[in-house]
Design a binder for this molecule. Structure first.
Ligand code: SF4
Length: 152
């Protein structure tokens, strides 16, 4: 199973915001540069995460993105469930639909496998994702995604 690019971009953003310093307000454009994703993809991730109450996006001068308390406390499983949705893992209902779909045991097996995947991510917290050494890597990212040299 592979996460959609949208979910991955969203999780990259959540991780970066989780290590933001007090008062640091990252813009969508800055986050896109740091995390090396197109601005339009990052803007969509910001919109969805805001809708879910995980990120707060303040507009205007001095505005920026912050992780909400709910975002900080969320499990990775809960975020991935929301972002990936409950659609079929295979193309059961595609056009044309699969002829086996009315009596397919594989469909149920795939659905149970996905639930097991999410359940294992339910045990992972956002906070645990940004513990060292990931924390340091996130904190020294420059605007183009390259790591800054830390002052000695
Ligand atoms: S074989 Fe089963 S799981 Fe695969 S597309 Fe058809 S209905 Fe879906």
């Amino acid at each position: 199973m592979r996460l959609t690019a949208f979910t991955d971009v969203s999780l990259r953003l959540v991780m970066r915001l989780a290590v933001a310093k007090e008062g640091e307000l990252l813009t969508t454009r800055a986050a896109a540069g740091m995390l090396v994703v197109p601005y339009s993809h990052m803007a969509k991730a910001v919109a969805r995460l805001s809708e879910l109450g995980l990120v707060e996006a303040r507009r205007g001068r001095g505005g920026g993105l912050t992780l909400t308390e709910a975002g900080r406390r969320s499990s990775v499983g809960a975020i991935v469930r929301e972002l990936e949705g409950a659609g079929d893992l295979a193309g059961c209902e595609d056009d044309p639909p699969c002829p086996l779909r009315s009596a397919c045991r594989l469909r149920g097996a795939l659905s149970r496998a996905r639930e097991a995947f999410y359940a294992s991510l339910d045990e992972v917290t956002v906070e645990s994702l940004v513990s060292p050494p990931t924390q340091q890597t996130l904190m020294v990212l420059r605007s183009d995604g390259s790591p800054a040299v830390e002052p000695s």
